[in-house]
Design a protein. Structure first.
Lengths: 115, 115
């Protein structure tokens, strides 16, 4: 069964460093998303991406964040200068435009720890 | 604005007994509602979804949920719990952003199943 894969599963970084989280969405999906879950808090929407541009973003997704689809398979989330409060589990998701039912397929997450 | 409230942070049942995970929603219009499950060290998996068709929705692994507009509820049930059902369950409503991928998550309910 096709699945969304994320790397790394866990990354530890120093405050101020740049981090790139990578995702390989399901191959025929056209919508891509990032969510995050700070420990003990709700899963929160960050950004959605379609046709090589951001289609929606939350207020969390400030100038420190960026997303990119550098090639036909990868979808990345970059945090330019990490802060302590960026420590969270980051989930990538994708969906099929044709379904248009809001069903998102999620990866297993990348845990980011900022020291 | 849409929101969901999961009334229990932790539910414990014995194997073979019924499961009830409660969720109330708030929405200014007819909502799209979902239940997602997260097993340890796994991604978020869609259990079932309500998108204004039948009010009783059947999902995977024997789970069901009933949309009750008068009570603004979308509780998740299963007649007989199995050990493999132990996981965290999230009630989710689709946000009103244009991308349809802006999902608003509840805080989650951790289900424990005792032998």
């Amino acid at each position: 069964e096709p699945e969304v894969t994320q790397t790394p599963s866990h990354q530890v970084t120093q405050m101020g460093q740049e981090v790139i989280l990578r995702c390989v969405p399901i191959s025929n999906h056209l919508y891509f998303y990032w969510y995050r879950q700070i420990l003990g808090q709700k899963v929160e929407f960050l950004v959605s991406f379609y046709n090589n541009e951001i289609s929606e973003k939350s207020e969390i997704f400030d100038d420190q964040f960026s997303v990119e689809r550098p090639d036909g398979s990868n979808f990345t989330l970059k945090i330019r200068s990490t802060k302590l409060e960026d420590s969270a589990m980051y989930f990538c998701a994708s969906s099929d435009l044709l379904l248009n039912t809001g069903e998102l397929f999620f990866g297993e997450g990348s845990r980011l720890t900022v020291l | 604005a849409q929101s969901v409230t999961q009334l229990d942070s932790h539910v414990s049942v014995s194997e073979g007994t019924p499961v009830l995970l409660r969720c109330n929603y708030s929405s200014s219009y007819s909502p799209s509602l979902f239940w997602y499950v997260q097993h340890p060290n796994k991604g978020l998996q869609l259990l079932l979804k309500y998108t204004s068709a039948a009010t009783l929705v059947k999902g995977i692994n024997g789970f069901e949920a009933e949309f009750k507009k008068s009570e603004t509820s979308f509780h998740l049930t299963k007649p007989s719990a199995h050990m493999s059902d132990a996981a965290e369950y999230f009630c989710v409503v689709r946000g009103d952003g244009g991308s349809q991928g802006n999902l608003i998550f509840g805080k989650g309910t951790k289900l424990s199943v005792k032998p």
